[in-house]
Design a protein around this ligand. Structure first.
Ligand code: GLA
Length: 403
């Protein structure tokens, strides 16, 4: 028989209840889905832009496209409403309510529709007094709002950090996570906690963040340009020793949305974003118009082998291992593992603008690929195999400019 003194019992209870808050069992691999913000922003004029405004129709259209155009089949599952879905005021009981003209059937009806397609439903809110676009935030209503989300069948919550006290976040983000867990409904919890702190000179407490959030933004909002993709990649490279260790099953760094299929990226740049987001173990949350995507971009978004790298069960975030002549190499350890040696996903990224493919040649062991048994190489976008290489062999590829 085991005796536990009261003080020990309290401690045990605390540890146990803490553990419930830590792991909600979700996002064992990076979440995949679609989110409105980058492509559709805060378009609210449905008279003038009926196909683009943040409305019931937009999210039903996207759910339809995810289900019918092959995206759901390769893993994209969350349909997430970003900012600008709310009415400017809470209802008479203090409950959150959507804008009635743009969401005339209410949130539960939309949620049911998304679920009927075999998909999951995500919703945006903000930890502060207001969302970034000025709609009501959750501060002062955290428990009620968590319950409202659960009653609407929400599966994923993105909690932004505009109009909030930065130091309060260390208490408030975990508190809201607890309220979400206490509803009993599993909800992926996406936090903007570290990015607001980092941008204001506060060092994020990643040990606490990974115990609370399934994913979190580290850096600024993605924009529709190659330059912006590069600035995001630079951020993750420059902070890789600090950031990479926090990623793993259940908790991921989030460099923001995939913008493939929009206005700003060429085909090579799109392949580069897809490859980099996969090697960085990033959530694959598209923000684009799934009703109008050229087949070549769709094929990039739906490439199963590249997605398998992103979804690799080891959950290790990749790193930049080599830079020369404006070309860099990133590697990520992936399955299968044999004799304690992992396989690797390798990305060769070119920032060059001299318009012809550039040849790089580098010893495999310099990239950290040191398994004496060697490696069989396959180019994942084209499915072309390149034979086997030993660590002492040169890894030789040609890479197109800006991609
Ligand atoms: C912030 C977030 C974006 C988006 C907007 C909405 O800028 O970082 O991802 O949610 O707010 O207003």
């Amino acid at each position: 028989m085991m005796f536990v003194k009261l003080s020990q019992l309290l401690l045990l209870l605390l540890v146990v209840s803490g553990a419930i808050g830590l792991e909600n069992g979700l996002a064992r691999t990076p979440p995949m889905g679609w989110l409105s913000w980058e492509r559709f922003r805060c378009t609210t004029d449905c008279m003038q832009f009926p196909d683009e405004c943040i409305s019931d129709k937009l999210f039903r259209d996207m759910a339809d496209a995810l289900a019918s155009e092959g995206y759901a089949d390769v893993g994209y599952e969350y349909v997430i409403i970003d900012d600008c879905w709310l009415a400017y005021n809470r209802d008479a009981d203090g409950k959150l309510q959507p804008d009635a003209s743009r969401f005339p059937h209410g949130m539960l009806d939309l949620s049911n529709y998304i679920h009927s397609k075999g998909l999951k439903f995500g919703l945006y809110e903000d930890y502060g007094t207001n969302t970034c676009a000025g709609f009501p935030g959750i501060i002062g209503h955290m428990e009620d709002d968590a319950n409202t989300f659960a009653s609407w069948g929400v599966d994923y919550v993105k909690l932004d950090g505009c109009y909030a006290q930065l130091h309060d976040m260390d208490i408030g983000y975990p508190a809201f996570g607890d309220y979400l867990n206490r509803t009993g409904r599993p909800m992926v919890y996406s936090c903007s906690w570290p990015v607001y702190q980092e941008f204001n000179g506060i060092k994020p407490d990643y040990e606490a963040i990974i115990k609370t959030c399934n994913l979190w933004r580290n850096y600024g909002d993605i924009q529709d340009s190659w330059d912006d993709i590069l600035s995001i990649i630079d951020y993750y490279a420059s902070k890789q020793d600090e950031i990479i260790p926090h990623a793993g099953p259940g908790h991921w760094n989030d460099p923001d949305m995939l913008i493939i299929g929009n206005f700003g990226l060429s085909k090579d740049q799109s392949k580069a974003q897809m490859a980099m987001w996969s090697v960085m173990a990033s959530p694959l949350i598209m923000s684009n118009d799934l009703r109008n995507i050229d087949p070549e971009f769709k094929a990039i978004l739906q490439n199963k082998k590249v997605i398998a790298v992103n979804q690799d069960p080891l959950g290790i975030q990749g790193r930049r291992v080599y830079q020369n002549n404006n070309v860099e190499v990133w590697t990520r350890p992936v399955m299968p593992v044999q004799n304690n040696q992992s396989s690797y996903a390798v990305v060769v990224l070119s920032r060059r603008t001299d318009g012809t493919p550039f040849k790089i040649s580098v010893l495999l062991e310099l990239l950290g690929l040191t398994n004496p048994a060697g490696y069989a190489f396959e180019e994942l976008f084209d499915g072309v195999t390149h034979g086997e290489l030993l660590p002492t062999d040169d890894f030789e590829v040609r890479v197109n400019p800006t991609g």
